[in-house]
Ligand binder design. Structure first.
Ligand SMILES: Nc1ncnc2c1ncn2[C@@H]1O[C@H](COP(=O)(O)OP(=O)(O)OP(=O)(O)O)[C@@H](O)[C@H]1O
Ligand SMILES: [Mg+2]
Length: 400
């Protein structure tokens, strides 16, 4: 049964018009139950789903996100399972158990509508835009370190009993979205794939990369870890466009790519996106100070994460056999190496793969843009090859 016919069998009801969306929001957002004058606008700047803001003239607003049985920007030519929206809703609810202040609140999930009603976090700004503007955010890394420690620890074998962990793996299998990740991370960028988008200034470096057996051997290992290592429930797409922030608050959205996999995948993607922004600031005038700030954020995120993870291990671990100090040390050392490796794959795929980042794409001077792209590729390769050699954030800083 194709996904489309499966959805028909389950009775999927798309929204037919704006009134449908408003009615759905009013049914499931208690603050709207008493009525008012409502309006709706489509605000999604993403590629995959439809995101609407429903506002009440008398005050208040809410977000409705709906997954159709295909990718929004491509249309019916690229079908995609609607189970992604169930995964997103359930992961956000799971994350809220331990860090409710760091994710949007879910008010309702409807399997028939394949839609979520959730908190509007529109008062915050997309982190990628903030980094492009060179904004310093004093609480960001404490909050991201806490997000990573809580979401990863409480879904790990340290905390969960074996049957619960195995149930979590099954519940978030997410085969279709994992397949997309596998292709765009570990496949396309290491060959002359038609989906790639290799700009003129980075052609030579890309062609050289396609010949690198040493890099491909490590990427194969990273892919095998991605497919086989059921370590923690990971967000699966933790780039800076999935984070919203201001000077005091942070929220992480859009975990539709979540699955139980290597914890280093989340840490690595987040690091990589800070480093992609580092590459931008290395290529534009006056970026030095901000580059230092970005490296400080890598350090503070990792330190907050690892200290809190260790505290959780001591305080909450159900699985006593794992709480051996030497094992916890080697767990963190391996996690750091995985994080650097996945960071490398993210930097490479965001530079020459199908989906680029605004941090680099919006550099208007073509020479500066090529410099940023080449730095990103070089840094990506280095992180992949030296992921075990660079043991601390200080080593990483020195290398950069
Ligand atoms: N809870 C929310 N509050 C306010 N704005 C939101 C919320 N959720 C999403 N948005 C807005 O909609 C945009 C797209 O959301 P999201 O990234 O979840 O959609 P998507 O289609 O899954 O995107 P992608 O292609 O990145 O996977 C966000 O960048 C943000 O501007
Ligand atoms: Mg998404």
């Amino acid at each position: 049964m194709t996904d489309g016919s499966m959805n028909k069998a389950m009775g999927f009801q798309p929204f037919n018009n704006e009134n449908d969306i408003i009615e759905f929001a009013c049914q499931h957002y208690p603050a709207f139950a008493s009525g008012g004058f409502f309006s709706v606008e489509e605000i999604g700047d993403g590629n995959i789903n439809f995101v609407y803001r429903v506002s009440c003239e008398e005050g208040g607003s809410v977000i409705v996100k709906q997954a159709l049985p295909y990718i929004r920007v491509i249309g019916e030519g690229w079908p995609l399972t609607q189970d992604r929206i169930r995964i997103e809703a359930e992961v956000l609810q799971q994350q809220a158990i331990h860090c409710a202040d760091l994710v949007p609140e879910i008010y309702h999930f409807s399997a028939e509508r394949c839609a979520i009603v959730m908190e509007d976090i529109g008062q915050l700004t997309n982190l990628r835009d903030l980094l492009i503007a060179g904004t310093e955010l004093p609480k960001l890394s404490l909050q991201m370190g806490r997000f990573l420690a809580d979401t990863l620890y409480f879904s790990s074998d340290f905390y969960l009993k074996s049957p619960d962990k195995r149930a979590l793996v099954a519940r978030f299998a997410n085969p279709d979205l994992c397949q997309i990740t596998e292709e765009v991370f570990f496949g396309d960028p290491y060959c002359d794939h038609p989906r790639n988008n290799v700009s003129e200034g980075v052609q030579t470096a890309a062609k050289a990369l396609w010949q690198r057996r040493d890099v491909k051997a490590v990427v194969a290992e990273l892919k095998a870890t991605f497919t086989s290592h059921t370590q923690c429930l990971v967000h699966g797409d933790l780039h800076t466009g999935s984070v919203f922030a201001d000077r005091n608050q942070t929220r992480v959205i859009d975990p539709e790519f979540a699955f139980v996999g290597p914890a280093g995948f989340d840490i690595g993607l987040y690091f990589a996106n800070l480093l992609l922004n580092y590459c931008r600031h290395s290529a534009i005038e006056g970026g030095d100070h901000y580059q230092d700030w970005l490296l400080d954020q890598l350090e503070q995120t990792w330190n907050t994460f690892s200290e809190r993870f260790c505290l959780h291990v001591d305080e909450y671990s159900e699985n006593a056999e794992l709480v051996v100090p030497e094992y916890v040390d080697s767990f963190l050392a391996n996690l750091f190496a995985d994080s650097l490796g996945y960071a490398g794959t993210e930097m490479i795929r965001r530079t020459i793969g199908v989906a680029h980042v605004a941090d680099i794409e919006t550099i208007s001077d073509s020479t500066a843009k090529a410099a940023a792209e080449n730095l990103s590729l070089k840094l990506g390769e280095t992180l992949i090859l030296k992921r075990r050699e660079l043991r601390t954030i200080a080593d990483l800083r020195a290398q950069i």
